[in-house]
Design a protein. Structure first.
Length: 381
């Protein structure tokens, strides 16, 4: 057993005995390590600067493409592939990146002119440009985009190139193998929903199991996410049924019911806003015909006294501006990467579902064709 001293003399600054220190009210005097003073004082750190900041490099890259008025040079329109790449890049912009806003307007105008010019265009390139104008790559659900590009490259390549293209064959195999996985999952889910007789119990609601599965596929793609897709598909059906219950039996949701949404992370609110606006763009006409509540388009028409076309243009503008905020949050939010990606994918699948109208509740022929390509028809090898 160790013994410790409990006595400190007046002259002692510290008395340590067997790990126990005794210190009086005087300052402890320690010997110097004789280390040189650091160079990393605050003044030095604050003086650090670089010509290679993202903003500086970003602007320098574009300076070569601008004229003396700060506008993009008209001569750039002669390189339509370059126009296409710049157009796609512009949809990754954040709030207040004016140069990318200008790039988007510039490329959109000249790409439309190119598609509408029947005299000098390359038909293969024109097909790419038309597809991009319909829906930018950054806003697109990846599986349908993969199918489109596989078909495009197969029809655009020379016969000898197609024959020797292992990459194209692997792309087809990947698509078809994932499709087989999705088919098995759909079969299993359909059996479960049939067993609990969901559609019979809620026969006033839309039967949206396959559409619900498409939403989940847009958020979680890989074969390893089977459980996530199962849960998300069920959640999508529940939400649709609740929405239909409110439409048929209940009053409108009150403002105070929505206040809790303001406490959610910005990235989630931006993603949900894109979903809501895309929904309104695709569903407002037929839902108003059946007596549903006014959507964003009708609200803007009533508030501003403008036509439906003007209101739609404004909602499109709001979607674009919200995408900028979402891009910013995805780049800077401290939330986990997987969560940020899910929010991004939710916005993408929403834009795709409502691209041709109400692809969720009242699918058009193009919506049905899309689901057939995803879940029924494999790509011929």
């Amino acid at each position: 057993m160790h013994t410790t001293s409990s006595h400190c003399t007046r002259n002692d600054t510290a008395l340590v005995n067997n790990d126990t220190a005794c210190v009086d009210d005087k300052s402890i005097v320690r010997r110097s390590g004789n280390f040189p003073p650091p160079i990393w004082d605050d003044d030095f750190v604050q003086s650090l600067t670089s010509d290679f900041k993202v903003e500086s490099c970003f602007l320098k890259v574009f300076n070569g493409y601008l004229n003396k008025s700060g506008k993009f040079k008209i001569s750039l329109a002669g390189d339509m592939k370059g126009m296409l790449y710049l157009y796609e890049a512009s949809y990754h912009s954040k709030t207040n990146e004016k140069i990318l806003d200008e790039a988007q307007h510039f490329t959109t105008k000249h790409m439309r002119d190119y598609v509408n010019n029947n005299n000098s265009k390359d038909e293969k390139l024109s097909k790419l440009v038309s597809h991009a104008l319909e829906h930018p790559l950054h806003w697109t659900e990846s599986r349908m985009e993969a199918r489109w590009y596989i078909d495009y490259f197969e029809t655009s390549m020379l016969a000898d190139d197609i024959k020797d293209s292992d990459l194209l064959r692997f792309a087809k195999l990947d698509y078809n193998m994932l499709q087989a996985t999705y088919q098995d999952e759909l079969k299993e889910m359909s059996r479960s929903w049939k067993r609990i007789q969901w559609e019979e119990k809620f026969n006033f609601s839309r039967g949206t199991l396959v559409q619900g599965f498409y939403w989940s596929l847009g958020i979680k793609i890989g074969s390893e996410f089977k459980y996530a897709r199962n849960v998300l598909s069920a959640l999508n059906v529940f939400i649709t049924t609740i929405d239909d219950i409110y439409d048929v039996y209940a009053d409108s949701v009150k403002e105070e019911d929505l206040q809790c949404l303001m406490t959610y992370p910005n990235i989630l609110r931006h993603s949900a806003t894109i979903l809501r606006l895309a929904d309104d763009m695709g569903t407002s006409s037929h839902e108003m015909e059946r007596g549903d509540n006014p959507k964003a388009i009708q609200c803007y028409m009533n508030d501003k006294g403008v036509s439906e076309d003007k209101a739609r243009e404004h909602i499109k503008y709001l979607v674009t501006e919200t995408w900028k905020k979402l891009n910013e949050e995805c780049a800077e939010s401290p939330l986990p990467k997987s969560f940020r990606e899910n929010c991004l994918h939710l916005a993408r699948i929403a834009c795709c579902v409502y691209l041709y109208g109400d692809g969720h509740g009242l699918p058009s022929s193009r919506d049905k064709e899309r689901l057939l390509f995803l879940f029924v028809h494999p790509i011929p090898l």
